[in-house]
Design a protein around this ligand. Structure first.
Ligand SMILES: Nc1nc2c(ncn2[C@@H]2O[C@H](COP(=O)(O)OP(=O)(O)OP(=O)(O)O)[C@@H](O)[C@H]2O)c(=O)[nH]1
Ligand SMILES: [Mg+2]
Length: 1127
């Protein structure tokens, strides 16, 4: 029975006290499989919405665009009360989006949960996103239960007979379980025999304890005995799988508001038919049927072989079919009344007389088989409570996969117990994780007048009073006067005199800037009046009170560094916290219960609950850890399953609004877990999103909420890569290039290898570019993080780390201003060294991974041929940014430099001094290739010779003769670029992969849309048991704009693609191709007038970047002249 109601939300805080009775869970599924509709039913059970509207209103979709488009775009939480077996439970339910563009929102939800409801549309079956969410649950170690939704569609739409319906559902269930088995097997594959054994023992123990718990709860201790009485084999089926008999599967129609588990019917029939409940539980799903032998009812197995209807059909589906047939298909009023009586449901007059048969059915079935209690009973029985946190999971949350838990400081290790105990006494440490922060309309906060405003005011630069604004104006005026006085002083002190008009101009500029700033502030003030930032958080241990002071630990916080520097006995206070840029001390404002569209203020939150926190907007970007101790390591980073790939530049319609745009971008960056906001070298503000729908949401948010100004977006900026390939052996007509056919355009110096040699007064350099073996490029692509740490190992002695750090900062416009003053450099040397040692210790496993990568690379090189024999030990650097898929190879005889795998030692060579300069040149060269200044990929630069003219130290102007580092950088950059230019160049396109499910009648239209956009079909298979096809395609990102819309239009809305970034693929078209072999000349003539796709892409990128484009504006000048003559 459900105890909650609209008026009982006040009871919710009292339910928080007992973590054993708290369940934190999220609903996950493929897009449109019915998550939000299911959430409706559960929300209605607490009276937040009317039961009759459940399944239709989609309460959790609160944004305007969500309602308009009918898809969920963010995860949102609602706290519900539920009563089962005289126990009160608190259920924090998070609805997540299914569209792939928003899968980062799913990650933020999963992190706060212990369990998940996986929803599968029985008509569509297991789809791409279903697999992704199952995998996500697996990786995050959270327990799933299953809801098979939309069973009404099988009855009404596909019109399957009850038996076919049963076999169809069984097949879908099989698909889900097959994928679970796949996950299980791949997880085991990577483990050693010992680990597998340990894992299995743990699983077995967990299962036994769970079974005991359930048995003690239900009082059916002698289950096995009863089974043998009935002649049924008992088998310990691993509860890895979803099996109705275990009760972790609910059959439902969220739209019609009904749902049931096998147990529900087992209970009913046990009393009605006088059968054993336990046996019914085992046999209601499966190959069992009922016979009457000798006047006695008996359940026997083998229904399929004997062509009998299984129990599920005879006892359950046939009844359901009858209800649908009577109420919806035949609309038989008297029969409906009889039915409702038989089912024990009393139809109110308004419903009985209604002509809307679907709502009648909703009422009838919703009362007969209430969906909320079926799902919530399953949740309580099968999902772990907040108190069931295992040590293993706690360790995974505290320590990333590349670290070892036992290498954390002992103070930090002790905190593991706090997770497991999940207690909220005063002496328990406070541990809270914030997975995202989001804007809420102030009117939705329960007491908006007082707390909401204070929430912002205490957060720092929040609301300004009239006096504050006046004092700021005064301050600006004073500074302006000071500046004017200064400039006058300077002018009088003999520097160049400014003319009065120049001074006036300067003043005007300053006035304008001050005005801009004021406007931006006023804009922010207006925004803060309407909206407030709420952090989406879970309390893992301790008690979080309103207005409590806490440490805010950024994602890069490392307790070993802090503890090492503070030393024994020292405490972190508000004064010395400034020295650590990843720690802040802050007083939070208020704590809120999340109730879907509204928030209810509470005094405090205890361990195990999911709540909202205000007052953190000036400290938290995207995610953070709150704690009462700085020994708490930052929670491990969320695994985002989606790569943001779609970039657009944004600018305000009115250039004067730029400050507002900056403000808006800052808020957007803070509030969206997946978006990236960057200021490019060209001065453009760029946002990078996961896809078109995500982009639209970001732009809408910027326009309507965060910046509040009209915004213009550029055409999407699609990333490309540039690479080289071995010279082709056949021409475009597939004729071998040999003999007479050989191109006249040979490399200028006639050197087939394309060696570039430059020599000048500063020395000599000889190098060439070679395509990297495909396997090597792939490995480098996959292990970018590891390559970055390889550079970082070197960074302890080298300076390459600084380059990366600088880059990070200049890229991210929000970083500098949010992280406070950067005083890390004031760290004491001793403490720093120790912290670095600690870090090295932490990374033992990373070192192992690096060795592993080295081995794999070596193998890939050796397989590629003899010329790569010793390549692994000659690697000088990876680029661009020290971690990209390009290699600099040192084959210089006279410079035996240690490879990148070894810590650098001093080398006795004049070249050693310029080593880092050369590498910088390589980094710059690889970050922008000659085709269209896009990064290179899969290129190896072999440096064969490099020498520097010895400077004559005896000569007087020795300093002037010596080579400067800038010269070496540009020498390296230019020469490497030239070497690249000598080879056959190709463009590399980013590819989306896309699974489309369509019916066979529109499949042809779908193919034509894909073909038009250079797409490629990789796989197409008919889904078993239906007429729909699952087609997998690859589509270049550059061709994907408006693809979803076009496809939807041409297939009458049947095919809805979801695009996910998949890989990089070489576009096998020579961008500079012209007919030159004999066959080609015969076929195309001197000049081919067919459009060159690669050239088209390159030109569009060059045009966007303002680079020279080699295009003729007038192609056929003669014709034009003739035309004008005729006029
Ligand atoms: N026939 C039928 N339709 C359903 C059922 N459940 C949901 N739908 C419909 O399916 C569509 C999608 O439902 P939602 O609840 O928005 O699906 P969702 O999984 O939340 O979608 P996203 O959040 O966008 O991923 C809506 O049109 C619903 O009316 C059901 O049980 N039966
Ligand atoms: Mg939804």
């Amino acid at each position: 029975m459900v105890i909650g109601s609209r008026y009982l939300t006040s009871q919710l805080p009292t339910l928080m006290g007992s973590p054993k009775n708290i369940r934190n869970l999220c609903i996950m599924a493929h897009v449109d499989h019915g998550k939000t509709s299911l959430a409706d039913a559960l929300v209605a059970s607490n009276g937040l919405i009317n039961k009759r509207l459940a399944g239709r209103i989609r309460y959790m979709d609160s944004r305007k665009d969500e309602i308009e488009r009918g898809i969920t775009m963010k995860s949102s939480c609602v706290s519900l009360a539920y009563n089962k077996d005289q126990q009160d439970y608190l259920i924090n339910l998070i609805d997540s989006p299914g569209h792939v563009d928003f899968s980062s929102e799913v990650s933020t939800a999963v992190r706060l949960c212990d369990g998940t409801i996986i929803v599968v549309d029985v008509v569509e079956g297991v789809c791409a996103q279903t697999k992704v969410v199952l995998q996500q649950a697996w990786v995050e170690n959270i327990r799933p239960v299953l809801v098979l939704n939309k069973i009404d569609r099988l009855i009404l739409e596909t019109k399957l007979s009850p038996v076919d319906c049963y076999y169809h559902i069984a097949q879908v269930l099989e698909q889900v379980n097959a994928y679970m088995a796949e996950l299980y097997n791949t997880a085991l594959l990577g483990k050693t025999a010992h680990e597998i054994e340990k894992y299995q023992v743990e699983e077995r123990e967990r299962k036994v304890s769970e079974r005991e718990r359930r048995a003690s709860e239900s009082g059916d201790a002698n289950t096995d005995l009863l089974f043998s009485d009935w002649g049924i084999e008992t088998e310990d089926d691993s509860d890895l799988y979803f099996t109705p008999e275990q009760g972790n599967v609910v059959f439902a129609s969220a739209y019609d508001g009904w749902g049931f588990s096998i147990h529900h019917f087992a209970n009913q029939f046990a009393t009605k038919l006088g059968m054993n409940k336990v046996v019914l539980n085992k046999t209601l799903w499966g190959d069992y049927y009922i016979t009457t032998k000798g006047g006695q009812k008996k359940i026997v197995s083998g229904a399929r072989d004997k062509r009998k209807n299984p129990l599920f059909v005879t006892l359950i589906l046939e009844n359901l079919y009858k209800v649908y047939d009577t109420v919806v298909t035949r609309k038989d009023m008297p029969e409906t009344e009889k039915l409702s009586e038989a089912l024990g449901v009393k139809l109110p007059m308004s419903v009985a007389k209604s002509t809307d048969t679907r709502s009648k059915l909703n009422f009838l079935c919703g009362s007969w088989l209430p969906l909320a209690s079926a799902v919530l009973d399953m949740v309580i029985d099968h999902l772990p409570s907040a108190a069931d946190m295992t040590e293993d999971r706690a360790m995974k949350l505290m320590c990333s996969a590349t670290q070892r838990f036992d290498s954390l400081p002992s103070e930090s290790q002790k905190l593991k117990d706090a997770f497991v105990k999940c207690r909220s006494e005063d002496e328990d440490p406070l541990i809270v994780y914030i997975s995202k922060i989001f804007g809420v309309q102030r009117k939705n906060l329960s007491n908006s007048t007082s707390s909401g405003k204070r929430a912002v005011a205490t957060g720092g630069a929040g609301l300004l009073s009239a006096e504050e604004i006046a004092s700021r104006r005064e301050e600006i005026r004073r500074r302006r006067e000071e500046n004017a006085a200064n400039s006058e002083q300077k002018a009088s002190s003999g520097e160049r005199q400014l003319t009065p008009s120049e001074i006036e101009e300067l003043q005007k500029q300053q006035d304008k800037m001050a005005e801009d700033r004021e406007k931006a502030e006023a804009e922010r003030k207006k925004w803060m009046e309407d909206e407030v930032f709420v952090a989406f958080a879970r309390v893992y241990s301790g008690r979080l009170k309103a207005r409590q002071k806490v440490y805010i630990l950024g994602p890069k916080h490392d307790p070993s560094v802090v503890l090492a520097q503070l030393g024994d006995g020292k405490q972190l206070s508000e004064e010395n916290v400034e020295a650590f840029k990843h720690i802040h001390i802050c007083e939070i404002s208020d704590v809120y219960l999340l109730l879907g569209r509204e928030l209810e203020q509470i005094e405090y939150a205890t361990a195990g609950t999911v709540v909202g926190i205000t007052g953190l907007e000036d400290y938290v970007i995207k995610s953070a850890t709150l704690s009462s101790t700085y020994a708490m390591p930052a929670f491990t980073e969320l695994t985002l399953n989606v790569t943001p790939i779609l970039r657009v530049a944004v600018e305000p319609h009115d250039p004067r609004d730029l400050p507002k745009l900056r403000r808006g971008l800052k808020i957007l960056n803070q509030a969206d877990p997946c978006v990236q906001v960057k200021l490019q070298d060209s001065g453009e503000y760029v946002i990078i999103t996961a896809g078109e729908v995500h982009l639209q949401r970001c732009v809408d948010d910027l326009q309507e909420r965060y910046a509040g100004i009209p915004i213009r977006t550029s055409d999407p900026i699609v990333p490309f890569r540039e690479t080289i390939i071995p010279p082709p052996t056949v021409d475009r007509l597939n004729e071998a290039i040999e003999g007479e056919n050989i191109s006249q355009k040979k490399p200028a110096n006639g050197d087939p290898l394309g060696v570039v040699e430059v020599s000048g007064h500063y020395g000599k350099l000889r190098c060439r570019a070679v395509p990297l073996p495909e396997q090597v490029t792939k490995l480098l692509e996959e292990h970018q993080d590891l390559l970055r740490s390889i550079s970082k190992i070197g960074a302890v002695v080298n300076t390459s780390d600084n380059i990366n750090e600088k880059e990070d900062k200049s890229d991210d416009i929000t970083e500098g201003s949010m992280s406070g003053s950067d005083q890390g450099s004031t760290m004491k040397m001793g403490a720093l060294v120790q912290a670095l040692e600690n870090r090295e210790k932490l990374n033992q496993e990373t070192f192992a991974a690096i060795q592993d990568l080295k081995k794999k690379l070596d193998k890939a090189f050796k397989e590629a041929g003899n010329e790569w024999e010793n390549a692994i030990n000659q690697i000088w650097s990876f680029g661009p940014h020290g971690s990209g898929p390009n290699i600099l190879l040192n084959c210089i005889q006279s410079y035996p430099r240690p490879s990148i795998w070894e810590n650098s030692t001093s080398v006795d060579s004049p070249l050693a001094a310029y080593d880092t300069n050369f590498v910088t040149g390589f980094q710059i060269a690889t970050s922008a290739g000659p085709l269209c200044e896009e990064p290179m990929m899969g290129v190896c630069f072999v440096v064969e010779d490099w020498s520097i003219e010895p400077t004559d130290s005896s000569s007087e102007d020795a300093g002037a003769n010596s080579v400067s580092s800038g010269q070496i950088i540009s020498l390296a950059k230019d020469t490497l670029r030239k070497a690249f230019d000598k080879q056959c160049q190709r463009l590399v396109c980013a590819m989306y992969s896309c699974v489309i499910s369509v019916t066979s009648d529109v499949i042809g239209k779908m193919y034509s849309v894909i073909g038009k956009r250079q797409g490629r079909i990789v796989d197409g298979d008919i889904t078993e048991g239906s007429t729909s096809w699952n087609v997998t395609t690859y589509l270049p990102v550059v061709e994907s704009m408006n693809f979803a819309n076009e496809l939807r239009k041409s297939t009458s809305g049947e095919a809805v693609p979801q695009l996910v970034f998949s890989h990089w693929e070489i576009l096998d078209i020579d961008p500079f191709w012209e007919p030159h072999t004999t066959e080609e000349l015969a076929h195309w003539g001197e000049k081919s007038d067919k459009e060159n796709l690669a050239q088209k892409y390159i030109n569009s990128v060059r045009r966007r970047k303002g680079l020279a484009v080699d295009e003729k504006i007038v192609e056929f000048a003669e014709k034009q002249r003739t035309l004008s003559k005729n006029k």
